[in-house]
Design a protein around this ligand. Structure first.
Ligand SMILES: Nc1ncnc2c1ncn2[C@@H]1O[C@H](COP(=O)(O)OP(=O)(O)O)[C@@H](O)[C@H]1O
Ligand SMILES: [Mg+2]
Length: 360
């Protein structure tokens, strides 16, 4: 186990810059998730940490020591990829124990280690099978076993669940999280799936176009997104962003394209002056059906689509020309083609600078 620091990492492929001044530091035992759209540089950063790829400038330190010049096998890191490439002719036991055999560990000790890992992953009954006789989820476990058996300082995962079907993905997500809790291992996990990031991470690094957009706890990222990109990338359905202008001596927001005035959220009030163009960020669950005697600010909308998900209903509506998505409890009295009044919880609302997209 170890802490990890990524310091001012830049990476160019020829004239293409794919990582720009990335700074991330995590403590021993953390579960760091690198998340962002395809092509944003996640795998490149992981390969640099592993020593499989060189960086252009900057440094990586593990336990306070630079790993500059160390070969991948000298870094005490184990990696699990999306395509887990097991050796088809070997049994599960041989697959998991292969790296130990290569390092000339005596057989009794090797088998004991493999057995321990197999118990941890609940695959002991599969040890004599070959990969061809396993399901996708079982193969994924074997791939993890191969990494675990080496007892490395840091585990790197690159989209390990992308090849699994949706149900299995959710199961394995919980499994990996349990494993992390049991081992207390330091993990860096790459995904493009924001739900995986939110549910698994102790801290999340959100990336876009090779630039770190925000690094923080899942709560930070969800409740206090640093900019419009993070606000809309994390969370499903995404945060509503309403263009507005600050009016009434910085007391209120006039929503553009909607006949609505809302009080300026107190969180942001200090940073804005009258006439400032902003985006008001409202998560769908901060809207609810207004009761007749509500004291909260309200928004009048026209209901366009109602999507029941089971526990919630997503309501796509319009206030003037503005789209508003709300997440209401199942059983809410709401009908397509009718008007509704939403009560708005502004206590968590976020304001963004309309020009730069940065949170105010
Ligand atoms: N060996 C390479 N040569 C040139 N460009 C590359 C190479 N590897 C990756 N890239 C480019 O670097 C960018 C980041 O890629 P990658 O790290 O794989 O993104 P992600 O894992 O986030 O999808 C992409 O634009 C990709 O095309
Ligand atoms: Mg990738």
């Amino acid at each position: 186990m170890a802490n990890l620091a990524i310091n001012h990492i830049n990476k160019r492929f020829g004239s293409l810059t794919v990582l720009k001044d990335i700074n991330i530091a995590i403590e021993d035992g953390e579960f760091l998730v690198l998340v962002g759209p395809s092509g944003c540089g996640k795998s490149t950063l992981l390969s640099i940490i592993a020593g499989l790829d060189d960086h252009t400038s900057g440094s990586i330190t593990i336990d306070g020591k630079s790993v500059q010049g160390l070969e991948p096998k000298e870094r005490d890191i184990a990696m699990v990829f999306q395509s887990y490439a097991l050796y088809p002719a070997m049994t599960v036991e041989q697959n998991i124990g292969f790296s130990l055999e290569m390092s000339k560990m005596p057989k009794p000790e090797r088998l004991e280690r493999v057995g321990k890992v197999a118990d941890l992953l609940q695959i002991r009954h599969l040890l004599k099978r070959r990969p061809g006789q396993l399901s996708g989820g079982q193969r994924q476990r074997v791939a993890m076993g191969r990494a675990l058996v080496r007892e490395p300082k840091i585990f790197l995962f690159d989209e390990p669940l992308s090849n699994l079907d949706a149900k299995l993905r959710v199961e394995m997500r919980t499994e990996i999280k349990k494993l992390h809790q049991r081992l207390g291992a330091t993990i860096v996990y790459v995904t493009h799936d924001q739900i995986e990031a939110m549910t698994m991470a102790t801290r999340i690094a959100v990336m876009k176009d090779g630039i770190l957009q925000q690094f923080g706890t899942p709560e930070d990222i969800y409740d206090r997104p640093a900019n419009v990109f993070v606000a809309t990338f994390m969370g499903s359905p995404p945060m509503n962003l309403l263009p507005a202008v600050v009016v009434d001596g910085s007391q209120n927001l006039s929503i553009r394209g909607a006949d609505a005035i809302l009080p300026l959220p107190s969180l942001a009030a200090a940073g804005v002056t009258e006439g400032k163009e902003v985006l008001l960020g409202l998560r769908p669950e901060w809207l609810s059906l207004a009761s007749a005697d509500t004291t909260n600010p309200t928004l009048d909308v026209y209901v366009e689509v109602v999507e029941p998900t089971g526990p919630d209903i997503f309501v796509a509506s319009k206030s003037g020309e503005r789209d508003i998505m709300a997440r209401l409890p199942t059983g809410s009295q709401i009908r397509v083609g009718e008007k509704a009044r939403f009560s708005v919880d502004l206590s968590k609302a976020v304001l963004f600078d309309a020009e730069t997209g940065a949170a105010i």
